[in-house]
Design a protein around this ligand. Structure first.
Ligand SMILES: [Zn+2]
Length: 413
């Protein structure tokens, strides 16, 4: 089966000038050709045409930081929510994410191997997943769910290892457990966080020795480590042991920027989550212990992301959706422009660059011959109005691996 997406403006993810009257020719899961429609040689046999109606043809977006199993984050959820309900929510979350134009995600915690496989096998609809299963945390750290009451409010089930570990040997075992559970990437909390009760975002967590064990153990399977990191000393610890993906990066200083550049590491700004936390704060919906942290994080993040961008740090799109509501992922493109990116750079942060961070650059990230056919059509021009991409109604078509999951052009799906 051949598809020809045509009559649109092609923004192929490479950052080059958009091509008018463009087309993308697809066979089964893969792109056969893309470019000006006149230049595309059609095959013999039936070609199903998708008329983009003058819309903007883009690669499927990649969100490098989501939590498909979260819907907001409230400690009491783990007390009251039946286990199965998390999964039914995830079905909805995954669908919303895909319909927002995101065809690949990296889950930064709590989506397990079954969720990934359910999407892969087509049992449920969603973006393809890279998973970290369970983030690692020190005792009293960002993912230790024991409260000062002594009660622990967490969701545990087979296939989901415990988060908390201390000391190199316990850390080593925990990494191996997470890898056994199917992790594509090891996630570690190297600082405190906004939503945790017992720490602050500035506090470093884990020693250099413990972090080194994580990087080593992951490297035995050629897998990377991603670090939740707000405070500068935690960011530096992560970079010193060779972690290449710094999530949030809120309080990074000049030394952090120098290390990021020197190590060729990535920064994932997650501005969307900070904005949504501010919105919740204004609505009086944040717990006491999060209020001051969320205000400070939002202000400092904006300032420091701008600095990192200007210094030339590599940045890929990540939203922390799950903390933020699902399906608003592409609002992040607007926030990336607010820190100084051009719309084209923001699009690349969410496509080509993100594919590089996830090690998927040979399969995804651009609309080119040989890549998987992940294609999005926007009815608004992202180069003129990047903020319009944040409204899923403007995303009129979503194709993943040659299959159409959303089609508001012909209203068929
Ligand atoms: Zn997160």
């Amino acid at each position: 089966m051949y598809f020809l997406i045509h009559n649109g403006m092609l923004i192929d993810g490479n950052g080059s000038k958009p091509i008018e009257n463009a087309g993308v020719l697809i066979k089964d899961r893969v792109i056969l050709d893309s470019g000006s429609e006149d230049s595309i040689k059609l095959p013999d046999g039936e070609v199903k045409r998708i008329d983009a109606q003058g819309g903007f043809i883009l690669p499927g977006f990649i969100d490098c930081h989501v939590h498909m199993m979260f819907n907001g984050f409230r400690f009491e959820d783990a007390l009251y929510t039946p286990l199965s309900l998390y999964f039914y929510h995830a079905v909805e979350n995954l669908k919303k994410t895909l319909e927002a134009g995101v065809t690949t995600v990296r889950d930064a915690g709590m989506a397990d191997y079954g969720v990934k496989i359910a999407v892969k096998e087509g049992l449920i609809v969603g973006p393809r997943l890279q998973i970290s299963v369970m983030p690692l945390s020190i005792t009293g750290g960002h993912f230790d769910m024991q409260l000062k009451s002594g009660h622990t409010v967490k969701t545990n089930y087979p296939g989901l290892p415990d988060a908390v570990c201390d000391g190199t040997e316990e850390v080593r075992k925990r990494v191996r457990e997470v890898l056994r559970a199917g992790a594509d990437v090891v996630k570690v909390m190297v600082t405190g966080g906004v939503i945790s009760a017992n720490d602050s975002p500035e506090h470093p967590q884990f020693t250099l020795e413990e972090l080194q064990v994580m990087v080593d153990e992951a490297s035995y399977r050629d897998l990377p480590v991603m670090a939740h990191a707000h405070g500068a000393s935690g960011i530096k610890n992560a970079l010193k042991v060779g972690i290449k993906s710094i999530e949030h990066g809120t309080y990074l200083d000049d030394e952090c920027i120098a290390l990021l550049l020197e190590n060729d590491a990535w920064l994932i700004a997650t501005q969307l989550a900070h904005w949504v936390n501010l919105e919740l704060l204004e609505a009086g919906e944040l717990p006491d212990f999060s209020q001051e942290d969320s205000r400070k994080v939002a202000i400092n993040s904006h300032k420091n992301m701008k600095k990192a961008y200007q210094a030339g740090v590599k940045m890929a799109m990540g939203t922390d959706s799950g903390i933020a509501p699902h399906g608003q992922n592409l609002r992040e493109l607007g926030f990336l422009c607010d820190i100084g990116m051009t719309p084209m750079e923001a699009i690349q942060a969410g496509t080509k660059k993100a594919s590089e961070l996830l090690g998927l650059e040979n399969e995804l990230g651009t609309l080119e011959k040989g890549k998987l056919a992940d294609v999005v059509i926007s009815k608004t021009d992202p180069l003129n109005d990047i903020h319009s991409m944040g409204n899923p109604e403007n995303i009129v078509l979503v194709m993943k691996e040659g299959r159409v999951f959303k089609d508001h052009i012909t209203s068929e799906i």
